[in-house]
Write a protein that binds this ligand. Structure first.
Ligand SMILES: C[S@@+](CC[C@H](N)C(=O)[O-])C[C@H]1O[C@@H](n2cnc3c(N)ncnc32)[C@H](O)[C@@H]1O
Length: 208
């Protein structure tokens, strides 16, 4: 990127201000689809990315990227943009995301229905799924079924990380399949949030 570091800093804060206004405007029109009044904070995005199993060899799936704050954080952490597929429902956000990250595979579609949205790559498994789609209007059993399907898409050792403002796990563990833990609360996020981490249950010692 051209310009002095001062210019770059100014450009970044102008983008943050513009994104905030755009995000908030979309939230006013579609609060349930957006689920948040503002993009996640840089500290929150770093926590999300550090919690995700991107060190595994394989593609990375981002669901509900918005205007790309977590996408940017993934790339800053060293994940090659070509490894990232980002599925965003809002066509304007998806267009803007593709403009900002031309090497990321941006799909405008439904991240809750991967059998349809990723129908052209049925057997492909991911190193990590980073999830930020609002699902609180969904019954618990349906949330568990959804995350069970995400586990079918994960490589061995891969995890699902979820953005949430709740203080209890938005998706309860599924017996014999996955367990849930969380990051510390990131207080500078609006509102404060934590990352919920879903990992395959490890077999007790002595068992295969
Ligand atoms: C809470 S925002 C998170 C945005 C960004 N990841 C962040 O952390 O700031 C949720 C995003 O999910 C998108 N979304 C909502 N439903 C979706 C769906 N079914 N599939 C894909 N994206 C969806 C919304 O358009 C919005 O961009």
């Amino acid at each position: 990127m051209a310009g002095t570091s001062e210019e770059r800093h100014k450009q970044a804060s102008e983008t943050r201000g513009g994104d905030f206004a755009r995000f908030f405007g979309t939230w006013v029109r579609h609060p349930l689809k957006m689920g948040a009044v503002a993009p996640s904070s840089p500290a929150y995005c770093r926590t999300m990315v550090e919690s995700a199993t991107t060190h595994l060899d394989g593609p990375v799936l981002e669901l509900g990227p918005g205007l790309g704050v977590v996408t940017r954080s993934l790339i800053e952490k060293g994940v090659a943009p070509e490894r990232i597929t980002s599925i965003e429902y809002d066509p304007e956000f998806a267009r803007e995301l593709q403009r900002r990250f031309p090497r990321v595979d941006v799909i405008c579609g439904d991240g809750l229905d991967l059998s349809k949205t990723l129908a052209d790559r049925p057997g492909l498994k991911y190193a990590a799924v980073l999830f930020a789609i609002p699902i609180l209007n969904m019954p618990q059993k349906q949330r568990q079924a959804l995350f069970t399907r995400y586990f079918d898409r994960l490589l061995p050792g891969g995890n699902v990380t979820q953005l949430s403002y709740l203080w209890t796990p938005p998706v309860k563990p599924v017996e014999g399949l996955f367990e849930v833990s969380h990051s510390p609360i990131v207080w500078d996020n609006i509102p404060p949030a934590r990352v919920w981490i879903y990992e395959r249950r490890t077999a007790p010692s002595g068992h295969a």
